[in-house]
Write a protein that binds this ligand. Structure first.
Ligand code: 13P
Ligand code: SF4
Length: 349
């Protein structure tokens, strides 16, 4: 496991990482994408890391795939592709690179490795997990199959490779309703997010049975909190992620994946918006949408926030933290993920 103290001394030997207002000023094009949420002194600290990472990416023929919940310095400074879980999974199949640095959580890096077994996939911090992925094992999937014989298992991509391998197909928050509806069965098993399953059940004709996992970030929001905000700010749009409880979703003007949230605001406009999701989401789109004032109730995902410019630079420098997936598990997991990607394309999602 990486140790912050020791990797900082390794990096300081090889790169000039001292804060530099001069360097920061010379990289004003990148800063322009985050100037509303990153202060000039902070940019002077980040700029040397951003420069070193972008240089090293070229030397290693590497690309950085970054989830929408990365901090703005990563999202705007070093990422080659950004997006929600579905977009990042699809991008992993398309990129022409030897190395993928997955800036997100571990299941996302595993998904990239499953889809691109010949590429080196690096994870800046191996401890960047996910409460949903940790809530179920392949044994849990087997228990659900025993309880509901014949029902297909639709597993959220927020699962380990073993769970994906034990499932019939994956889904993400961007396609869950359509994937469930496409199953050839009246009853569908969804794992591991009980709230996503309940939200899908409200929109689907299927009988949905589910595993009782939850997201430690999204389950914190309450309908009371949203109602109080709406009373205070009647013009604001409230936009939620489907990992929130059905009571929260019922209060929202729109519910969708992290990319669905961005697209909805761009399409519909809003002078004020409350994003009922992880904090960085609003920060990452603030400069692109200067006319929108964002209320950030701001629950932080402790796993996503383990990824930093420093550990990205370290793994690229040392080529450490390579993600491996057992060959047979990867083969079975690939079936579930590619079936989802193919079906999503067929359905025009
Ligand atoms: P998205 O697929 O919407 O990006 O969600 C992933 C996630 O982990 C949200 O908590
Ligand atoms: Fe997992 Fe929730 Fe963090 Fe997303 S926000 S990675 S679902 S813990």
């Amino acid at each position: 496991m990486l140790n912050t103290g020791s990797f900082r001394s390794v990096l300081n030997h090889c790169y000039d990482l001292d804060p530099s207002p001069k360097l920061a000023a010379s990289m004003s094009d990148l800063y322009g994408k985050m100037s509303r949420v990153v202060s000039p002194p902070d940019w002077s600290i980040y700029a040397p890391y951003v420069k070193a990472i972008n240089q090293l990416k070229k030397e290693r023929n590497a690309v950085i795939l970054a989830h929408n919940y990365m901090t703005p310095d990563i999202f705007h400074g070093v990422a080659d592709f950004v997006g929600d879980s579905l977009q990042l999974a699809v991008k992993a199949t398309e990129v022409d690179a030897d190395v993928i640095v997955q800036c997100g959580v571990h299941f996302m890096a595993e998904t990239s490795k499953i889809l691109s077994p010949d590429k080196t996939v690096l994870m800046p911090d191996m401890d960047a997990g996910c409460s949903l992925a940790e809530s179920i094992t392949a044994e849990g999937v087997a228990q659900m199959r025993a309880k509901y014989p014949g029902a297909p298992v639709v597993s959220y991509v927020n699962t380990t490779a073993e769970v994906k391998a034990a499932s019939d197909i994956c889904c993400t928050s961007a396609n869950a309703v359509q994937i469930v509806d496409a199953m050839d069965s009246d009853t569908v098993i969804m794992t591991p997010d009980k709230y996503l399953a309940q939200n899908v059940a409200n929109l689907s004709k299927k009988k949905i049975v589910y595993w009782p996992g939850s997201c430690v970030v999204h389950e914190l929001y309450t309908a009371d909190e949203l109602r109080a905000y709406r009373e205070h700010e009647p013009d604001a749009k409230i936009i939620a992620h489907p990992e929130c409880t059905p009571a929260v979703v019922a209060e929202a003007d729109f519910t969708g994946s992290t990319s669905g949230i961005v697209n909805w605001i761009k399409r519909n406009g809003a002078s004020k918006a409350m994003l009922v999701t992880e904090c960085s989401m609003a920060s990452n789109i603030a400069d692109e949408l200067p006319g929108v004032e964002f209320a950030k109730p701001c629950n932080i995902c402790p796993y996503m926030k383990k990824i930093t410019l420093e550990n990205i630079l370290y793994v690229l420098h040392t080529m450490s933290n390579q993600v491996e997936v057992d060959t047979e598990i990867a083969r079975d997991a690939r079936k579930s993920v590619t079936r989802m990607i193919d079906l999503s394309r067929e359905l025009g999602l």
